[in-house]
Write a protein that binds this ligand. Structure first.
Ligand SMILES: Nc1ncnc2c1ncn2[C@@H]1O[C@H](COP(=O)(O)OP(=O)(O)OP(=O)(O)O)[C@@H](O)[C@H]1O
Ligand SMILES: [Mg+2]
Length: 252
């Protein structure tokens, strides 16, 4: 591996009992890449993300992040498919706790700024069980964006959101990732979202998830409006290619 590689997955397979969920997979993610994983439900996307986060150990093969074995909670910001918030804390309290834990400025102003970014400033004082599922997911996104970890792992973070909020957050994330140069792995079912956000898109086969397509996305990341980017003919061509790769592999 080169020192510029943020993630190296080598010969990785993962089984739950006698069910092989992923692999074998070889995947190298250079620093600063925005990798999007797509594939049918149950193909092993979340499993691969959990292996990269260090929450699961591979059955065979090795996973390295920043040159070492990943450890949960170290070096990676995470947004899970189901938001995991502290129910005894308020919305603002959840974000403040993440900042404090990382030794960052956890002032009310900073928390308000982060909540405003995900459109939640008006519910800052509510408990997390007093807001909707989509709002809970936005708290988890604000929390992950708060701490500028070198690695950001996101598992279908926008799936539960309405179309308008989803597009706004996609645009925010595209700009944040372009400006910070952080390495990200983002799981989604949406081909449009994959092309919009990714600098690279990997399509997995149905279980056990293996790499079916590994595609570089050379679209402008900055200085272009979201609607303009989506209107590019290259955008439509990439969407079609990825869509075909997914459909070719899925037998319903
Ligand atoms: N804890 C577990 N025990 C047993 N099998 C599991 C476990 N977690 C996942 N699986 C199985 O492993 C396979 C991959 O699961 P995974 O959650 O990684 O898929 P996914 O691609 O994220 O699916 P989705 O798009 O629906 O979220 C599935 O067939 C699933 O049923
Ligand atoms: Mg999943």
């Amino acid at each position: 591996m080169s020192s510029a590689d943020a993630i190296v997955v080598e010969g990785v397979e993962h089984s739950y009992g006698d069910v092989t969920a992923v692999g074998p997979i070889d995947l190298t993610v250079p620093q600063g890449e925005f990798l999007v994983l797509v594939g049918a439900s149950g193909c092993g996307k979340s499993t691969l993300l959990r292996l990269i986060a260090g929450f699961e150990q591979p059955t065979t093969g090795t996973v390295r992040t920043d040159g070492t074995a990943p450890e949960p909670g170290r070096g990676a910001g995470l947004v899970f498919q189901q938001p995991r918030l502290f129910p005894w804390k308020t919305v603002g309290g959840n974000v403040a706790l993440a900042l404090k834990y990382a030794g960052l400025d956890a002032s009310a102003d900073r928390v308000d700024e982060l909540l405003a970014r995900v459109g939640l400033h008006d519910v800052a004082k509510r408990r997390t069980w007093q807001i909707s599922g989509g709002q809970q997911q936005r708290v988890a996104i604000a929390r992950a964006l708060a701490v500028e970890n070198p690695l950001l792992l996101l598992d279908e973070p926008f799936a539960a959101l309405d179309a308008l909020t989803r597009e706004k957050l996609q645009d925010d994330l595209r700009q944040v990732s372009a400006s910070t140069g952080r390495t990200s792995v983002f799981v989604t079912h949406s081909v449009d979202e994959a092309v919009f956000l990714g600098s690279r898109v990997v399509v997995l086969t149905p279980r056990p998830g293996r790499i079916a397509l590994d595609l570089r996305i050379d679209l402008p990341r900055t200085g272009i409006a979201a609607a303009e980017l989506r209107g590019l003919p290259e955008f439509a061509a990439l969407r079609a290619e990825i869509g075909h790769a997914i459909r070719d592999r899925v037998t319903v």
